[in-house]
Design a binder for this molecule. Structure first.
Ligand code: PEP
Ligand code: MG
Length: 319
């Protein structure tokens, strides 16, 4: 099966009835970018940029940002890359940031909130991102957004930098949906954003109030919990009102049991580990979208993640 999947992995994945699902890769390094191409990823759905900031003495310069992202884009041979802005907080060791300690770092100055304290970190990153060629190869993704007001402010900042750099084409800006408020306000966010990308790792943590790093809760902190699925449903419905697309870049996107349900809820992009791309593409090709859509609505009324998992496995057996 692996060998057969590998042979078809460079081709686009559509369901049996012809609905195109983009299968992209989550990457953090240039080696990952090469692995994404080898495994047939259609694009990079999430470039995590934290590695560029850690294990060093000072924050990266604008040129370092640009060079690092340019190398990734060059390795992708024409595929697009969604680059997420910095998502460190007080829980990550970045000594030069000298952040005040926090009692609840998961609820603290994470993601775009860090820019309240250190605006220059995000500004330099945005300037570097906007300099990558060709301009259409890169999209920006903002982590830990809670409402449209934050997005509007940041979008203005991005547009100002683009203007100052003499850039003519607008850059696409997307929002991570990983906080319950963002899922509930998805229609407002989708009005302002070019796309939404659901981070199911954090969305699960914050919806179920279960620390994603607590090993004793790992089995319960399941993204197929009906509460999380209802928020995913709210997200795709909000996005549809404004004709925007929704992807999933959390670990749920690479879970074969979850894939039919995510597609059934209206997700059209799945971003997964590079090595998982061939298997997820093969899974997509065996699905019928109308059936996915109907059954995904049905599981929203189940009462546990286990019940959702059992239902999915019965309807779409794993091979
Ligand atoms: C997520 O929260 O699902 C996500 C993709 O982001 P990270 O795992 O980097 O927090
Ligand atoms: Mg996250």
């Amino acid at each position: 099966v692996r060998e057969a999947n590998r042979r078809t992995s460079q081709q686009a994945a559509t369901t049996s009835d012809g609905r195109r699902i983009e299968v992209a890769a989550n990457i953090a390094t240039l080696d990952d970018a090469r692995a994404a191409v080898e495994n047939g990823a259609d694009a990079v759905g999430l470039l995590r940029t934290e590695l560029l900031f850690i294990h060093r003495e000072a924050a990266p310069s604008v040129d370092e940002h640009r060079d690092s992202y340019q190398a990734v884009v060059d390795a992708l041979g024409g595929r697009t890359a969604i680059i997420r802005t910095l998502d460190v907080g007080a829980d990550k060791e970045v000594p030069y940031l000298t952040l005040p300690p926090e009692v609840n770092p998961a609820l603290g100055l994470r993601g775009i909130r860090l820019a309240q304290l250190r605006p220059e970190l995000l500004d330099d990153q945005l300037r570097g991102l906007l300099a990558v060629q060709p301009h259409g190869a890169v999209r920006i993704l903002l982590p830990m957004v809670t409402d449209a007001n934050e997005l509007v402010r940041l979008r203005k900042r991005i547009d100002d930098f683009a203007h100052a750099a003499g850039r003519k084409e607008p850059i696409e800006v997307g929002v991570m949906i990983e906080v319950p408020s963002a899922a509930l306000l998805a229609d407002q966010l989708a009005r302002q954003a070019d796309f939404l990308s659901i981070g199911t790792n954090d969305l699960t943590q914050y919806t179920l109030a279960m620390d994603r790093c607590q090993p004793d809760l790992a089995a319960q902190a399941d993204g197929l919990h009906p509460a999380v699925l209802r928020l995913i449903d709210a997200t795709t419905q909000g996005a549809a009102k404004h004709g925007k697309w929704v992807g999933v870049c959390g670990a749920l996107a690479g879970d074969p049991v979850a894939v039919p349900l995510l597609i059934g809820l209206g997700v059209t992009e799945l971003s997964v580990d590079p090595v998982a791309v061939p298997g997820i593409k093969a899974r997509v090709r065996r699905l019928d979208y109308p059936l996915c859509r109907q059954r995904a609505q049905d599981v929203l009324s189940l009462d546990s993640a286990q019940a959702v998992r059992a239902a999915s496995r019965e309807i779409w057996p794993l091979d």
